[in-house]
Design a protein around this ligand. Structure first.
Ligand SMILES: C[S@@+](CC[C@H](N)C(=O)[O-])C[C@H]1O[C@@H](n2cnc3c(N)ncnc32)[C@H](O)[C@@H]1O
Length: 202
């Protein structure tokens, strides 16, 4: 079924993470935004839909020690784990639409996963999960295709958003710290406009 674990495993097996449209050799903007939060190196950071991103590897290099990656694709997690076999990362194979975290986090990071939730109930539940599992004073960093971005990613429809729409979807309990625009250059040479929002859990 489009969007389920089998679908995403197939995507990762077929194309390999380094050829995926969302691939970044180094997630520079994510790293800068996390650094700007000035959380400690022991802060609990979760990368929601992190897949095989290099983010946790880079965060480990920067000294962070409490890292979790959640993804619907076991293959993606395996590819990520293979890059850093001896590192202590919590790998969570779960569908964020029904994931029930067993702890709270200081930083919730999501680049290009939330926008696959096109159903309003799934979106509301996603933000409810974040509200309940980011502790007061913690942060969410979320990046989605902008209103003039692609209508699909990886063969699936996405919900494009303005910054205002994304903030409205987050609902109560989050104070916006900042937003940024980014133009991601895919390995195939396409330009994808993103909006990033950083918000504090209050
Ligand atoms: C466009 S990729 C972005 C990956 C990563 N965040 C990055 O920036 O490289 C979307 C990721 O979300 C994952 N994903 C899609 N739907 C999901 C869901 N419902 N629950 C958890 N992960 C999901 C996919 O397996 C994939 O790894």
């Amino acid at each position: 079924m489009p969007g389920d674990a089998v679908y995403w495993d197939d995507r990762y097996r077929t194309i390999g993470h380094a050829n995926a449209s969302w691939y970044q050799h180094r997630p520079v903007l994510s790293l800068r935004l996390i650094e700007e939060l000035e959380v400690g190196e022991d802060a609990a950071i979760v990368d929601v839909g992190g897949g095989a991103s290099a983010l946790v590897e880079c965060l480990i290099d920067d000294g962070y020690i409490d890292l979790t990656v959640v993804d619907i694709s076991a293959d993606a997690l395996e590819q990520a784990r293979a890059q850093i076999p001896h590192s202590h990362v919590e790998w969570v194979h779960a569908d964020v639409r029904i994931w029930q975290p067993t702890r709270v986090y200081e930083v919730w990071h999501d680049r290009a996963t939330y926008h696959f939730l096109t159903d309003a109930a799934d979106q509301a539940r996603y933000w409810q999960t974040a509200r309940e599992h980011v502790h007061a004073g913690g942060f969410v960093i979320v990046a989605v295709f902008a209103e003039d971005g692609p209508t699909e990613c990886s063969g699936l429809p996405v919900k494009r958003s303005t910054v205002a729409e994304l903030v409205a979807a987050m609902g109560e309990g989050f104070d916006v710290v900042k937003s940024e625009d980014e133009f991601h250059l895919t390995p195939g040479g396409a330009v994808q406009p993103f909006h990033w929002v950083v918000a504090k859990r209050v």
